[in-house]
Design a protein around this ligand. Structure first.
Ligand code: NAD
Ligand code: IPM
Ligand code: MN
Length: 342
């Protein structure tokens, strides 16, 4: 297969500024190896404020029919928090059963880490993407009264945990063969215990892969004082969200952090997006770093099997950062500099 349809959802804020560069990088890196047809989706705050629509069924169905999704970011200060995040972004992750949220962190030569002695940093967070506290199980009763009750319940199923655990061990086999489960099993004794038992069980099938465990609070320490200890970090939806922003900061900023929301059995399209948000504090200034979005395009190419094209983007980014990473550049300058190296 060489013809692919890519859904493009720039979304909000800097998502709109960085996504065109990711798309151009994708197109240029693919070269003659594949023909991509792009379908643009007008989804996000503007559409919602204009006609009240967040993710109409019709759009979702069209997205389901594509081969992959390139997404920028979602969220706007004019819209109540959660409306777009849940109604658009999480709805896509859940509807497309993107159970692996893959988030690599690598410290590139030329990037200044906030750590005095970062050492070599090269790990991947395998974050569960369809369960946990993100399910939306819960609610509010007696809202607005003194007796209000608000709940969010963390859903963890043996099926959902096992499939992401297997993904993490398979990934570790291709890397340095070490998995660290991060949870909070000293407090969350039900879910934590189940995660640990499933890791132990699956781990027996991978005798070459070592695995250990960190409580999430301790993991935040090790991420800053000894990040090179990590190879594959395996964790749940919320812990993974928090740890990957910290991981981004440790490798020089979330502007370098790409991600894939992956349906590993290819039943539905997978989605590739920077881990960062719409950054209202810098939106409109043309200064957002497009590198994370461009690296997400590389992850998309790798997912579709175009390893060489993906490697071309990775190499271009690596060379760009090594030479110019310490300079102050606009979004367009970084975009052009990287494109010229692909
Ligand atoms: P954010 O990631 O948008 O920004 C956090 C900080 O990082 C800000 O100081 C921002 O300026 C900086 N930053 C982010 N991306 C950058 C880039 N490419 N280059 C340079 N600096 C960058 O997180 P936030 O401020 O907590 O959230 C803003 C909005 O984005 C909210 O509505 C939130 O819900 C949403 N959000 C969406 C996604 C997503 O779509 N995947 C992810 C995170 C947050
Ligand atoms: C991310 C974001 C999302 C998440 C939000 C916007 C729903 O923070 O992609 O990291 O929590 O997963
Ligand atoms: Mn996040």
């Amino acid at each position: 297969k060489t013809q692919y349809t890519i859904a493009v959802i720039p979304g909000d804020g800097i998502g709109k500024e960085v996504t065109p560069w990711a798309q151009q990088a994708l197109e240029k890196a693919a070269g003659d190896a594949a023909q991509f047809t792009y379908v643009d989706f007008d989804l996000g705050a503007e559409r919602y404020l204009r006609d009240g629509e967040i993710l109409p069924d019709e759009d979702l169905e069209r997205i389901k029919g594509t081969d992959a999704i390139l997404l920028g970011a979602v969220g706007d200060p004019r819209v109540k928090a959660g409306v777009l995040e849940r109604g658009l972004l999480l709805k896509l992750r859940f509807a497309l059963d993107q159970y692996v949220n893959l988030r690599p962190s690598k410290l590139y030569k030329g990037v200044t880490s906030p750590l005095a002695e970062p050492g070599e940093i090269d790990f991947v967070v395998v974050r569960e993407g369809t369960e946990g506290l993100y399910c939306g199980a819960g609610g509010a009763i007696r809202k607005g009264t003194e007796h209000e009750v608000a709940t969010e319940v963390s859903i963890n199923t043996a099926y959902g945990v096992e499939r992401v655990v297997r993904y993490a061990f398979d990934l570790a086999m291709k890397r340095r063969k070490h998995v660290t489960l991060v949870h909070k099993k000293n407090v969350l004794v039900n879910a934590g215990d189940m995660w640990q038992r499933i890791v132990d069980k699956v781990g027996e099938e991978y005798p070459e892969v070592t695995h250990d465990y960190n409580h999430v609070d301790a993991a935040t320490i090790y991420l800053v004082n000894d990040p090179s200890r990590f190879d594959v970090i395996l964790t749940d939806n919320l812990f993974g969200d928090i740890l990957t922003d910290e991981a981004g900061a440790v490798v020089g900023g979330v502007g370098y952090s790409a991600s894939g929301c992956i349906n590993a059995i290819n039943e539905y399209p997978s989605m590739f997006e920077p881990i960062h948000g719409s950054a209202p504090d810098i939106a409109g200034q043309g200064i957002a770093n497009p590198t994370a979005a461009i690296l997400s395009a590389a992850m998309l190419l790798r997912h579709l099997g175009f390893d060489d094209a993906a490697a071309r983007i990775d190499a271009a980014v690596e060379a760009d950062i090594e030479e110019l990473g310490s300079t102050t550049r606009s979004t367009a300058e970084v975009g052009r500099d990287i494109l010229s190296r692909i």
